[in-house]
Structure formats: structure tokens, C-alpha cells
Design a protein around this ligand. Structure first.
Ligand code: 9MG
Length: 272
């Protein structure tokens, strides 16, 4: 991904995307839905800690989550997005709703991060004429039920096939491939075994050399491995970030920006 709105992204090292969760979600202990000033302050701290990009999300996508109405998603998102205009780093907005995409782009978003990979009617049209980057994520099912019984013959080839089909749909809609980033969607309709196989074989999940975004921070797969509750998964999240970066992930989506930057800096120093 070389195009991200008007922003130049740093080259030569994995990029860290800081999560700004604007939902009332208490799962990862970071929900900031009710207070714009607190959310903006959190976002600014993520930038000071070294975030290369921010990802603002105003609808929970954790397992079991129910959809958020459009007006509520916009109410949570827009004041924070507007307050962060000109903050110096590209802002990604995590949404699958075309109306939110349009509003976010009008308010200055440089990337759309879509867990539905632009499959909603009108989504391709909402982003086609902009220059924003586009993250296409794989998910089996919907957040409400996706973890009930995920099934694959071969998770890696099915994720790759899906992402390849979505890339073809974007190219057919006239979208430049330089705008596209792919994501296997750790934890989205996957068992622990599926997630581990996807991480082991991460480079095989993306097609045509497109960049990969990996989101593993604090996820339940790390709880399943370590037995730790969500608030004690920082060491496991750092290990997962390094493993993903070593397998070529270009963007790592995390809650703990400074710690992840340090872990990746050690990895880079050893690799040099
Ligand atoms: C919104 N969201 C939560 N987890 C995610 C992940 O792993 N990737 C992307 N792209 N978005 C995510």
C-alpha cells in the first residue's frame, strides 16, 4: 500500500497502527464511547507513543457483538475524527457501512478498514473516487455468531481465495491496487488452530504481493495460549506482533503502541 490519502507512510520498517476504540466495549478495557475529549486525548497519546496510523472504530466487532445503528456510529465517530484533523498521522476508520465511509472521508479519514472487505451494497462506490487506503479483511460469518463453529477445509487457501476475489472486485471497480492492504482477520470466524495456521503461513494469505495488516493485540487466541485475561496479554501481544512482522506484515494493529514499537525495533536491529 503506497497510497493513504495525502500521507506518505514511513518505509523500511513495519508500521504500527494504534487502536482508538470508540465503543462502550469493555472487552479489551479500552472503550471510549461517551467522552470525546478522553478519546481524543487517548488518540494523541497513541501518536506520541509512536503510532504511524490510528484506527478509529465506533462499532464493536468482537465475537457476539450486535450491530450499532448508523446514527449512533456517526455520533461516536465524527467528533473525534474532526478533532484529530491535521494530527499528523493518517486516520483509518473501521467501518463496513457505506454512509459512514462517505462521512469519514469527508471528515478527513485517509483509510477505510472494513471487516466485511467492501462487500456491503454501495461500499465500493463510497470509496472508489477517493485516494484513501483500503484494508480488506477476511471474516467467516458475522461478529454475532462467527465464533460458534468456524469450519474450513484449509483456512489459509480459503482466506487467500476470498481476499483475491475481493481484490479483483476492487480492480474491476477502477480502484488502484496501490491503495489496497489485505488482512486474514485473526479471530474473525476462526478457531485457535485456524489462527495459528494463518500466522504460521501469513505470507500465503495475501495475493499479488499486496501488503498485509495483522491484528492480534490482546485477542482471545492469546488468552487461549497463555491462560491470561485480556488485561494481562501484553507480553503475548508483543510476541505475536513480532511473529507477524517477521512473516512480512506491513502494518500491525495494536492497543500498546510504545511497547510494540520497542519490540519491533529489537526485531529490526537483529535482522539488519
Ligand atoms: C476492527 N478490527 C478488530 N480486529 C481487527 C483486525 O484483526 N484487523 C482489522 N483490519 N480490523 C480489526
Amino acid at each position: 500500500m503506497h497510497r493513504c490519502g495525502n500521507h506518505e507512510l514511513p518505509q523500511g520498517r513495519p508500521l504500527v497502527m494504534g487502536i482508538v476504540n470508540l465503543t462502550p466495549d469493555s472487552f479489551s478495557g479500552d472503550g471510549l464511547s461517551r467522552d470525546t475529549a478522553r478519546a481524543v486525548a487517548h488518540a494523541r497519546r497513541q501518536i506520541e507513543a509512536g503510532a504511524d496510523l490510528l484506527d478509529l472504530g465506533a462499532e464493536s466487532s468482537r465475537p457476539g457483538a450486535v450491530p450499532t445503528p448508523l446514527d449512533e456510529e456517526l455520533r461516536r465517530l465524527l467528533p473525534v475524527l474532526e478533532a484529530l484533523a491535521g494530527c499528523g498521522v493518517p486516520i483509518s476508520v473501521d467501518t463496513y457501512k457505506p454512509a459512514v465511509m462517505r462521512a469519514a472521508l469527508a471528515a478527513g479519514a485517509s483509510m477505510i478498514n472494513d471487516i466485511h472487505a467492501l462487500r456491503q451494497p454501495g461500499a465500493l462506490e463510497a470509496v472508489a473516487d477517493s485516494s484513501c487506503a483500503l484494508c480488506l479483511m477476511h471474516m467467516q460469518g458475522e461478529p454475532l455468531t462467527m465464533q460458534q463453529q468456524p469450519v474450513y477445509d484449509d483456512a489459509v487457501s480459503e482466506v487467500r481465495l476470498f481476499l483475491g476475489e475481493r481484490v479483483a472486485a476492487l480492480l474491476a471497480a477502477g480502484i488502484d491496487r496501490q491503495r489496497i492492504v489485505l488482512d486474514p482477520g485473526f479471530g474473525f470466524g476462526k478457531t485457535l488452530a485456524h489462527n495459528l495456521e494463518l500466522l504460521r503461513r501469513l505470507p500465503e494469505t495475501a495475493c499479488d504481493g499486496l501488503p498485509i495488516l495483522a491484528g492480534l493485540s490482546r485477542k482471545s487466541m492469546l488468552g487461549a495460549i497463555t491462560g491470561r485475561p485480556v488485561e494481562a496479554r501484553l507480553p503475548a501481544s508483543l510476541a505475536a506482533a513480532v511473529l507477524a512482522a517477521q512473516r512480512g506484515a506491513r502494518i500491525i494493529r495494536v492497543h500498546d503502541v510504545a511497547e510494540t514499537r520497542d519490540a519491533l525495533a529489537v526485531m529490526q536491529a537483529v535482522a539488519a
